[in-house]
Ligand binder design. Structure first.
Ligand code: AMP
Ligand code: MG
Length: 420
């Protein structure tokens, strides 16, 4: 199962977490703001804080289907007399006045009539032959009434600038009557693959050719990250076409993402072309897969450079580099709060030799059959092997020179944290 590639220790690689920090710190958040109607706001980043325009709930209302009454009225009638039902209050009714000496039939969400101080759920009420209400159980003033403003008061903060708008936050805005919000404009990302061997899925494959899976994957990942993609296709392995592509990318996009050609072979032209057109912040991260990751920029004037992320060509290295390094950079550019990496301890269900010189992210699936999660390899661990990546629930992070021992615990990073 384990990758049989030589474990070459490269000096000078940047620690994975240090690389992540450098990317986040280097990001200048987008300044453009636009107004999005709520239907178009999911996944967008709030550009300004939103303050509650109204009290929530808007009026005292019933938490149950039942009967609203003044407790003292019920306690004041002779034993066995009960209270007559003098009112009916469905959801959508206005605020009524409870007539003295009686109670109101009320439904969930309906305004509690003025004068009532308790709602008794219908399950705890019996009606006698005259239709009078008799109550059971413990009766406490205020029970089952949702108070006006108990969740938020008008003027209280509702959402912070930089929040990523989820279904729940959209619902929160809608519940306050808000129909549009200021959001950051979408990030424009130029995407290109490099490699003479690459062909498009659907074309006939000749020996030696490779389908361009990275661009298919990155188009999805960029769309999930709410970016507008300028797809520049496959660029040949030589400096001139790369210069041309970067020329275009630089003028059209906020960020450039490329894959392949960023290793140190003589067919790898990405690094020298970046260095001619701009510069590199770093190249090479102590992670496996994902070592040949580069972060740089195109352009020379400090105010008009375009950041560039060069992902490795090997598909799983490209995926992991995106998830752990590129995505937090994109979030920071979007003005979004960058979430800390989430991990928790999980036992390994296998043993194998540990990585040398860099941290390894093993693609694992969790087996819950024993009640507690046990990580099992999700398939072959080569950086070219997408099958395991497609079956994995998460990554088991193995630090350099640590062997994996069955039953021992390692940091597990769930993949679903990278979903948006
Ligand atoms: P490179 O980083 O260009 O040296 O490529 C490393 C490996 O990844 C080679 O086996 C390439 O064929 C493969 N590769 C590079 N780019 C892609 C891509 N866009 N899709 C799938 N495989 C790729
Ligand atoms: Mg290549």
């Amino acid at each position: 199962m384990n990758c049989q590639c030589a474990d070459i220790v490269t000096p000078g690689l940047l620690d994975l977490f240090a690389a992540r920090r450098r990317l986040i710190d280097a990001a200048t958040p987008l300044s453009g703001v636009e107004t999005a109607p709520l239907e178009q706001a999911p996944g967008r980043v709030l550009a300004e804080a939103v303050v509650a325009p109204l009290d929530m709930p808007g009026v005292d209302n019933s938490a149950m289907d039942g009967y609203a009454l003044r407790l003292a009225d019920y306690q004041g009638v002779p034993p066995g007399e009960g209270l007559p039902i003098l009112q009916r209050v469905p959801a959508g009714a206005g605020v009524m006045l409870l007539p003295p000496g009686g109670c109101a039939r009320i439904f969930t969400g309906a305004p509690v009539p003025m004068g009532a101080d308790i709602v008794v759920p219908q399950e705890r009420v019996t009606l006698d032959q005259r239709g009078h209400v008799h109550l059971e159980g413990n009766l406490v003033v205020g029970a089952n009434i949702r108070r006006q403003g108990e969740e938020t008061r008008a003027g209280a903060p509702l959402l912070e600038a930089g929040e990523y708008l989820t279904a729940a936050s959209i619902a929160l805005l809608a519940s306050h009557g808000i129909s549009a919000v200021p959001v950051k404009r979408r990030l424009r990302v130029a995407l290109l693959s490099t490699g003479d061997e690459l062909i498009a899925p659907g074309a006939e494959r000749s020996p030696g050719q490779v389908y361009d899976s990275n661009r298919a994957m990155l188009n999805v990942l960029l769309a999930q990250a709410q970016c507008d993609v300028l797809d520049l296709g496959v660029i040949a392995d030589s400096p001139q076409p790369l210069h041309q592509a970067f020329d275009h990318a630089q003028t059209m996009a906020d960020v450039v993402v490329c894959t392949g050609g960023v290793s140190v072979g003589e067919e790898d032209h990405v690094r020298p072309v970046i260095e001619q057109r701009g510069g590199l912040h770093f190249h090479g991260v102590a992670m496996k897969p994902g070592k040949p990751f580069a972060f740089g920029y195109l352009g020379s004037a400090p105010s008009s450079t375009t950041p560039l992320i060069a992902l490795p060509g090997n598909p799983v290295a490209s995926l992991v580099g995106w998830q752990l390094l590129a995505l937090p950079f994109i979030h920071a550019l979007q003005g979004r709060e960058v979430a800390a990496l989430q991990c928790f301890p999980v036992k390994a269900g296998f043993s194998q030799r540990g990585p040398q010189g860099r941290s390894e992210l093993l693609r694992v699936a969790l087996d819950w059959s024993s009640g507690a999660p046990v990580a099992q390899l999700a398939g072959g661990q080569g950086s070219h092997m997408l099958s395991a990546a497609s079956q994995a629930d998460g990554y088991l992070m193995i630090t350099p020179a640590t062997d994996v021992a069955e039953g021992s615990t390692y940091h597990y990073y769930p993949i679903n944290q990278f979903a948006a």
